[in-house]
Write a protein that binds this ligand. Structure first.
Ligand code: NGQ
Ligand code: ZN
Length: 456
């Protein structure tokens, strides 16, 4: 197919009046044209690269808004986690699928075109495996395909309840796994998705709390034997207590421990990486690993602020994720990322630079490139050889009046958001047309039914 774009963001800047040629879901050429060629579709507004969502726990969509009540004067990340564990215990495979489908449709409608699903609900509520150990992973795959969003599936290794191989708590037995089990699940999903360019499979040690260095090594080696480019993700240094516990256990901070015990390279995504020394910040940047930032969840959970300025100055790559899904809007995620930096540094336009002076443009392009790397998929922007994952904004929106080039992205992020998004394409197929997904009504009905059961 051919899509005529009056205005188009590419990795090298904005172009006007271009034809994007798409074959089998791949962008095969971008050519200048004065007007739409015969048979080409004309985009109804500015065209942006779709945003990868590099960190998702889909099931947590169902509890968004339910943890905002005072429980004690020491409410924290850890008390939130206890509430989350109680919720986990009730979810069935059907619930997991219904909630994920609703979430993925919402993500598409707001401009995400791919998701990396950090999936750890492997077992039955009593901790025993399902007959098919990949049962819940296959529900995630089915939901992603039904929604039409790109998927990087990351089955999660979860073996310990804390540093020093502490036993799992009862609530964590649904997550129990070892490297062989995770490799087996990833094989099943890889086989099921073979030939589907919208899906890839990696793996994720949950955290250094839940997986020890020897297990992480076994997982990384096994995974890279099946696919040398498969991405590895890990939660790291999100909370001060986690840093202190790691130091107390081994004398190293989490990022120091990971860097010393693994070949930390550009196949890794370090999720959160909030509490860093200057040397750790530089080490991540120099390794080529992606920092997986989830600003709305990090704010919601009281994590802290990532050192974005020194990290980017050292050449660090980042992407964004919606994690606990208190927000499903990439524009809002980037806005909060920038505002956290502005508030703490008492400065403006922190995400921009002399070379790339638009804050919104720079953040959107950087997060697309970093998100693509973290997802391990060819979705790094609108360019030849990449997947055709793109977002068409509503050119008739009043707020976009007179905006061209990066002023569009600045307005999207700092004055707009979800209601700008009109059409969304994933792998050459329209997932959202005129703001709607063809299955959104049925998906919402199933989501409501799941919620009513879960909350009864
Ligand atoms: C998770 N979420 O796995 O869902 C975690 C909480 C943990 C975030 N870290 C559990 N945001 O880290 O132990
Ligand atoms: Zn997470």
């Amino acid at each position: 197919m051919e899509l005529f774009a009056p205005s188009l963001m590419t990795p090298n800047g904005w172009r006007s009046n271009s034809v994007i040629r798409i074959e089998d879901g791949w962008i095969t050429a971008i050519e200048a044209a004065d007007h739409p060629p015969n048979g080409a579709e004309k985009a109804a507004g500015p065209v942006l690269p779709g945003m990868p969502n590099l960190h998702s726990h889909a099931f947590q969509r169902a509890m968004a808004g339910l943890t905002e009540r005072w429980g004690s004067p020491t409410d924290s990340f850890w008390s939130w986690r206890d509430l989350m564990y109680r919720f986990v215990a009730r979810l069935t495979p059907d619930d997991i699928r219904a909630v994920a489908l609703q979430l993925y449709i919402e993500c598409l409608k707001q401009g995400y075109t791919a998701v990396a699903e950090f999936h750890y609900l492997h077992n039955q509520p009593d901790g025993l495996p399902y007959d098919n150990p990949a049962e819940t992973s296959l529900q995630i795959l089915a939901a992603a395909r039904q929604a039409g969003i790109g998927l990087t599936h990351l089955p999660v290794l979860y073996a310990h309840g804390g540093f020093g191989e502490q036993p799992l708590g009862d609530a964590q037995s649904r997550f129990r796994s070892d490297p062989d089990a995770i490799l087996a699940i990833s094989e099943v999903v890889r086989a099921e998705a073979r030939g589907d360019a919208n899906v890839t499979v990696g793996a994720a040690p949950h955290s250094l709390r839940a997986a020890d260095p020897a297990m992480i090594e076994a997982l990384a080696q096994g995974l890279r034997r099946s696919d040398p480019a498969a991405p590895l993700h890990i939660h790291i240094a999100e909370q001060v207590k986690e840093v202190e516990d790691c130091l107390a256990w081994c004398g190293k901070r989490p990022v120091e421990l990971l860097a010393d015990s693994q070949a930390m390279d550009d196949g890794w995504c370090l999720v959160h990486a909030t509490h860093l020394t200057e040397a750790e910040t530089r080490a991540i940047a120099e390794s080529g690993a992606v920092a997986g930032l989830c600003p709305t969840t990090e704010a919601n959970l009281g994590d802290g602020l990532f050192p974005l300025v020194p990290y980017r100055s050292a050449g660090g790559v980042f992407g964004i994720g919606s994690d606990s899904h208190v927000c499903r809007d990439p524009a809002e995620e980037l806005r909060l990322l920038e505002y956290g930096q502005r508030l703490s540094r008492r400065a403006r336009n922190v995400g921009a630079s002399e070379l790339d002076p638009s804050t919104g443009g720079s953040l959107w392009r950087s997060a697309v490139a970093g998100g693509a790397k973290a997802c391990g998929r060819p979705i790094a922007g609108i360019a030849e050889g990449e997947r055709a994952d793109l977002v068409v904004l509503d050119g008739k929106h009043a707020d976009l009046t007179g905006r061209t080039g990066d002023a569009v992205t600045d307005t999207l992020i700092f004055s707009g958001g979800r209601d700008f998004v009109r059409d969304v394409m994933v792998g050459g197929v329209w997932a959202i047309r005129d703001g709607r997904h063809s299955q959104e009504d049925a998906a919402e009905t199933d989501f409501r039914a799941a919620l009513n059961r879960l909350l009864a």
